[in-house]
Structure formats: C-alpha cells, structure tokens
Design a protein around this ligand. Structure first.
Ligand SMILES: Cc1ncc(COP(=O)(O)O)c(C=O)c1O
Length: 360
C-alpha cells in the first residue's frame, strides 16, 4: 500500500466546478486584484472566525509582518517559540522588533513559565504559534500579557479552525493566518489574512497591504504591495463554505490515530478546552529517524515539521541564546503522519499496524 503524505489535487478536486465559476466571474468583471471576491471572502472569514474585521493579504508572512507593524510593537522585544516554521520569527525581525525565544511545553507551544522568565522592560509583545493547529495555553498567556501590559499576537498560520472556547486568532490582540496550499484551508497559490476586533487596526492594515494608499494618488506611509488576487479569494470562499466538514474529517482521522497508537508513541498535550484543527498530525516517537525509514520502506510517507529549530538557523545567529531543552528534545521526536481527504480509514489502520510492528 502507498500512503502519500499529502495530495493537493485530491484535496482541490471537489471544488473544480466552483473554481471554474469563480474564474468565469473574474474574467467577466476584470478586477483581478482586490475585486469583489476579496470583500466577500473577508466577510465570510470574519463570520466564521467570530471577529469584527478580517483583512486579507498576499500570504501568512505578510499577515504577521503587517499585523505587528499595525500594533506598533516595532522597536521592542517580542517573545516567541523556536519550535515553528521560521516565518513566526523572521516576521518579528522584518517588522523591526527583536525576537526573543522561550521554550515550549508538552503541547509543543510556548511554555507560560518560560515566557514569564523572558519578560523584561524592553518586552512589547508575545507572539504565540498554535503549532500544527494545537491551541496554546491562551488563558494563561493572556493573563500574563495583561499583567505586564504586553500585546498578544497569535500566529494561526497552521491553525485555521482550531478553537479554545472561541476561535484561535480572536483570543489575543491580533491573529494572522496562512492559506498556503498545505494548510487546511489552502488556496491555489499564496494567501493570508489578519483578524482583529479593532477598527483602527483594520483600517491601517487595509492601507498597509496596498502601498499605504489612502486614495489613488495619496499615500499615508511607505508600505508594501500585499494585495490578494480576486481568484484566490473566490477559490478560498468556495472552500470556506465546506470547511466545517473538512475540519470534522481531520478530527476524525486524528481520533483514529490516537486510538490506534496509544501507548506506542506520544502525542502533544491538548490543553483544556482546546479543539485542535490538526493541520499536522504530530506524534512524538522514540527512535524517530529509524521509524521514519521503516515506514518509508512500507510505502508510508511522513514529514518532520521541523528538523531544525529556528534558534539553530544561521539567520538566528544574533538572537540571544535561551534555555530551550524541550525544543531540542521534541525536535528529535516529532513526526507528522499522513492525513487529509486522500487518506482512508484503511490507510490509517495500515500506518498504525506498521508503527506498532516497529516497536514490538
Ligand atoms: C507557523 C507559521 N507561520 C507563518 C507561516 C507563513 O505563512 P506563508 O507561507 O503563507 O507566508 C507559516 C507557513 O508555513 C507557518 O507555518
């Protein structure tokens, strides 16, 4: 049996007809960028997530950079996790702030005590990542941020649809999401969005994504071009309408893996009240690299997100060292298993069987 890690054509295939209709509509009205589909998608997003404003941008990295700039946290230190995709750190530096690392806990997200230790007079914000769609300890992190007068930013790039009471992206001061094709709600290209309840921040972001233009000829501040294409917005709106079923299916697959692999490998802790979105199905495995090779021989494709923690990247050479023992340990154990619409219950049973056999 072959078990591919991901199959984007299979994920997109149910939407083909609707995508064709979107293409026809955009060809008819001709507003290729920031056309009516963009506003419609933003309204759909805000409603789905439960926030006052959703502002789309060209990708998730821009969502973080522009979001951080709009909150005015540039110039200060921002505490974040090294156990993530690098953009959660690079965005801080690119927004003109200083990234500071704190270690993760058993949920693979920022550890509250480690964050508290890293706070000093220069700290302006905490940028949390809900890794793989597993919500971080948001209540405690919010209390900590409030106690120290810090902003709390959520990198929800991997967590669209995850919730903890309310949806992630609405639990702090600002949420940023990616619609990269490998995300649960993945475009046919790049796309991203920012969630906020602050109308002034949303207004600022609408200018910031479009060169700072307040009118055709006037510019309020220098900024980048991070506008969303009408096609991507239309495609994403079509997929958003089906998203509750997509989410339910991923949660069902995660439950099957958990049931089948109990006692064989570990799983990241799911915090009280959290409903993960399972953008990635992580296990924590002893002899991970050997296991991975043995699964590959059985036709099972797995991935490591991420083999090199951010603090070990050359680009991070100037970031102050921190005690990151958990990040180091979990990086050796973490493995992402195949899931998604191309995966059947038979596939999962086969993966479980091969993993159990490996540890006998
Ligand atoms: C945690 C995290 N932050 C930020 C990003 C950046 O998103 P994008 O690739 O859309 O720029 C990603 C994308 O992989 C991510 O996983």
């Amino acid at each position: 049996m072959k078990v591919p890690f991901v199959d984007i054509p299979a994920r997109l295939s149910p939407y083909r007809e609707r995508f064709h209709a979107v293409l026809q509509r955009v060809l008819d009205h001709g507003q290729a960028i920031l056309g009516p589909e963009v506003g419609e998608f933003e309204q759909g997003l805000a409603k789905f997530v439960g926030c006052a404003h959703a502002v789309t941008v060209a990708n998730g990295t821009d969502a973080l950079i522009l979001g951080l700039k709009a909150l005015g946290v540039s110039g200060g230190e921002i505490i974040t996790t090294p156990m993530s995709y690098l953009a959660s750190t690079s965005s801080i530096a690119l927004a003109g702030a200083t990234p500071v690392f704190a270690d993760v806990g058993s949920d693979l997200n920022l550890d509250v005590a480690a964050v508290e230790k890293a706070i000093n007079q220069r700290t302006r914000a905490i940028q949390v990542v809900h890794l793989g769609g597993n919500p971080a300890r948001m209540t405690e992190l919010k209390n900590l941020a409030d106690a120290h007068g810090l902003m709390l930013i959520e990198d929800c790039a991997q967590a669209f649809g995850a919730s903890m009471g309310n949806n992630v992206g609405t639990l702090g001061d600002l949420g940023a999401v990616s619609f990269h094709p490998l995300k649960n709600l993945g475009a046919v290209g790049d796309a991203g969005a920012i969630f906020t309840n602050d109308a002034a921040v949303a207004d600022q972001l609408r200018l910031a994504r479009n060169h700072g233009h307040s009118s055709r000829d006037q510019c309020e501040f220098w900024s980048i071009n991070s506008r969303l294409d009408s096609l991507q917005a239309g495609f994403l709106l079509a997929m958003l309408e089906e998203f509750p079923a997509v989410l339910a299916a991923r949660r069902g697959q995660a439950a099957l893996y958990r049931e089948g692999l109990g006692g064989v490998v570990g799983f990241p802790t799911v915090n009280a009240g959290a409903s993960p979105s399972y953008n990635f199905l992580y296990v924590l495995a002893d002899r991970r690299d050997e296991l991975r090779m043995s699964l590959a021989q059985a036709g099972i494709d797995t991935r490591i997100h991420y083999p090199l923690p951010i603090h070990r990247m050359n680009a991070a050479r100037n970031i102050a060292p921190a005690a990151l023992a958990n990040t180091e340990r979990y990086t050796q154990q973490i493995l992402s298993l195949p899931m998604g619409p191309h995966i059947t219950t038979d596939h999962i049973a086969y993966v479980v069987e091969k993993m159990r056999a490996f540890y006998v």
